[in-house]
Design a protein around this ligand. Sequence first.
Ligand SMILES: *Cc1c(COP(=O)(O)O)cnc(C)c1O
Length: 722
Amino acid sequence: MADGVKEASLSIRSADLLFTPIPERIARLRDLAYNLWWSWHPEAQDLYRHIDADLWEEDHHNPVDFLRDVRQRKLEAAAADPAYLAKYDQVMAAFDRYMAAEDTWYRRTFGNGNGNDVMIAYFSAEFGLHESLPIYSGGLGVLAGDHVKEASDLGLPFVAVGFIYPQGYFRQRLDPSGWQEAIYSKLNFADIAATQALTADGREVVVEVDLPGRAIYAKVYRIQVGRVSLFLMDTDIHPNSPQDRELSARLYGGDQEMRIAQEIVLGIGGVRALRQLGIHPNVWHMNEGHSAFLVLELVREQVAQGMPFDEAWREVRAQSVFTTHTPVPAGNDAFPLHLIEKYFGSFWTQLGLTREQFFAIALQHQQWGPTFAMTVLALKGSHVHNGVSKLHGHVARGMWHWLYPGTAQDEVPITSITNGIHSSTWLAPAMRRLYDAALGPDWEADLDNVARWEKVRDIPDDQLWETRQALKRDLVMLARERVRQRHLRLGSPPQVWPVLDEKILTIGFARRFATYKRATLLFREPERLKALLNRSDRPVQIIFAGKAHPADDPGKQFIQQVYQMSQQPGFLGRILFVEEYDMALARALVQGVDVWLNTPRRPYEASGTSGQKAGLNGVVNVSILDGWWPEAYNGKNGWAIGEEREYSNQDEQDWHDSQHLYRILEQEVIPTYYDRGPDGIPHRWLAIAKESIATIAPVFSTRRMVKEYVTRLYLPVAEIQA
Ligand SMILES: *Cc1c(COP(=O)(O)O)cnc(C)c1O
């Protein structure tokens, strides 16, 4: 085994030799590249972009890749440019201040109390940190990435654990009929900001986990996210069989057997990785049920030390926190018992349990039979649990009521902490300049101060309008480039219809194409939609983007429908599907459109965060009252579609919601947008945008969210152990 590991490590070390030599004066560009701090500091990204803007785009905004590819001549030119050096020094000083800061929120608030003994470990199957690191598929991953960045900003004692998927999540292409194709390409680890994780005495970290009839090894990598370390496991190493090497190849790529094996490596291997690293958490946070096997490993450790199972279980439970994310029953992982028997047959004896006792830990009867359910394991194995919006908390209490017999549904112990976004990651630099001027340059330190955000109303309308229009132009350019590339790829004739018009009302709809998100709701009455898009005095265009899970054919059919509609007369040029929704495209969309449209079938959207990103940037939400929106909507900061009620008939629900949506667009959204003053500026529209910024930015941020996790979940859990 050691041989294989050495082989892999050699290739990483020799990657060093492949870097273009960097002039001494700007040599720290290399340090900066290996800390994802750059990913939420646009001025840090500018240090690379400035050296070679085309290469920066080509390399997908990835500084590690960039430094390997860049021409030495260009580096030397930068190192000789006083203006560049002044910026370089400024950014490096800010980076050093950040890394050394003693006065973080956590220190200031808890530094002299129990806060000193706390170490939080955060487990997630995916992390969305940046488009150059394709280890996320959608909302869950982006939330986890934002959580980690905020944990760093707030100075939490915090580590994160997950997978590095050598083939990542897929890249999306549509064939000429609009059918989604998934493209996987192998990630070159030397191209990303990952290094080998090392133990205190300098050994590489490789964990071993038992699978049926064999051991599997996972090598641990480290990604530095500001002050927080993220440890990622990879099973694609030499001693593993070819099949096991594939285990971590793709995110959500395999069958149930691959999935259980992945989750065993995540939960059990993850705990073992932290042990080797000498990290001793006393708060274990499971972000969704994928990592819940960690509970079993922690119990096994105690039982191996001689503690009886019941006592070990109580102790482990007291240290654990669980966040559930999905109100869609099929979204909760559950394994048939024969698979559990196969994978845990030797594990339960180590816990001192019988087969039946072990199954009972997480038993859930489904229509298709008894299962071992990860959400049940996580709920039973943790002390505190939460959903991700108030409405989702309510739904989750109903869903899991059966686990708490004798408890009234409202008393089911699942609370809620509403999701937020990491503002610096999602805020357009041009909008930041407006906020710097209106709120004061230190507004970011005070991000969750609601009163301070009232000052956005002082931003002059003409400045806000110009900025919004400029951001829309950026988006239009990006979309045109994507369309051009698609035509080149397909060998189709050059574009004859106009790809977007930067002057007209632009609606964005981008999300995972799960059917409950109802991407096609707008198309229920195609003629009505055509009329709405094509009025000459107030035209409208819609940009769609989003991936369907590679195994979700109904989701792919939705994409195809949208694509084919977009090619029809009356829609052509007014509706555009842009391929490859990732964090880069998400940023461009939530910053560049006028309206953010969200049409899930209530109550299946646990929270949603893309609308929060839009709101922060002055984009106006038009959304079903689902997820976070009922908490944010105040009648003045956007529009609500549909009612806060339940339907027994989905068709009826879809019909009601679509009628309401058309009416709101026709009678309110479009007229308000085109209601211009003599100066050509839509003042009424901008008042809504400002109301939206003021009410969304301070509240639906990870600043507020992670503080809530600390005070309501992490610290109480840390303290019950003391
Ligand atoms: C923010 C984000 C999401 C989550 O958005 P929803 O509101 O849940 O649809 C998904 N994918 C990407 C790339 C994102 O940036």
